[in-house]
Ligand binder design. Sequence first.
Ligand code: PLP
Length: 426
Amino acid sequence: MLQITKDLLKNTYNFGDETLKLYDIAIKDVEEQFKIYDEIREYNQIKVLKAFQEERISDTHFTNSSGYGYDDIGRDSLDKVYARIFNAEAALVRPHFVNGTHAIGAALFGNLRPGDKLLAVSGKPYDTLHNIIGISGEEKIGSLKEYGVNYEQVDLKEGKFDFEAIKEALKDSSVKVIHIQRSTGYGWRNSFLVSEIGEIISYIKDIREDVNVFVDNCYGEFIDVIEPTDVGADLIAGSLIKNIGGGLAPSGGYIVGKKELVTQAAYRLTIPGIGGECGATFGLMRSLYQGLFLAPHVAMEAVKGAVFCARIMELAGFEVLPKYDEKRSDIIQSIKFGDPKKVIDFCKGIQHGSPIDSYVECEPWAMPGYKDEVIMAAGAFIQGASIELSADAPIREPYIAYLQGGLTFDHAKIGILIALNNVLNK
Ligand SMILES: *Cc1c(COP(=O)(O)O)cnc(C)c1O
């Protein structure tokens, strides 16, 4: 960093000497890691570009349909572009999904029937799925459970898949869908590498060819050169305001996988018989295409932010997961603070480092879909977009903050420095 940049940073944000000292060490330590991520970015950029070219995307695909949205060529072609990128038969990419949870919900509801069982093999799923499954303790809200779909969970064994226990659970012939979560969610574990997901899928399919494997791919897109659909996942889903929207998609979610399963999911997004063939796109297609095009780059900017954060927070004496030099499969960085004040100071710092709402003091709050109070720092162009620099922490022991996003590494770095400085000096 140029001395004038350093002076500007110091004078603008009043950084203490310790913060700047740690910065100098951390930024050198992460250099080697960044080279790895540059390679992944380049590979995925080619993959995305190729898919656009093969589908002959042109200006006419930036449609602005209304009403039923019949024959929206922009919408239908974007599905095909996604399917190519994910090496899958079909895709359903829609701004009509209100978030990732909705897309996951449609995938599960669409492909499970009364009497079937959903088997989660990567431990307890992400918090917002508890209401979908019916394990949140809330009655009568239309969960899978209420519709007669059963649920079983195989917990992880030291952060890894428990092969033996999974084999045992597969003896139940009512198991129809397997749930795997790639990202950590609000858990203290490494994200699953796509290769690890591939191993467990092969293992499961060797035992039970008839089950469908669903992967919650949230936060995982473009972090590796392969995706779960490249290693046997039948169906995956995710959010457009995370990695794959590239920071430009204003809302939405996607489902990709086997044609029949995507169709069933589409019947839940809309209605049987209609599926993905209706749905006006209100002039949003340009942003969805352009965001996808930028996504391989943006995802790596976010990862670089996470890697830098891991290194500098570790140097500052906090336990982090993953460590800066571990292979990653999502954009999440967990930092264990062990202290409610520190975790709140950190999140407030991220908020103060945002381009939008930087003056806001974020506070812990009850959030729909989450059990504990959560503090969420996000000063984003797109409300709640976690591909933009953001941090959240459920206020419970051991007070872990989950940092993710950053449309540019330069910005992520500044936000993290402000957050660290806050923790060190407040
Ligand atoms: C973000 C996320 C979801 C979906 O969350 P939304 O806020 O509804 O988009 C689901 N699973 C995991 C692991 C996630 O990270």
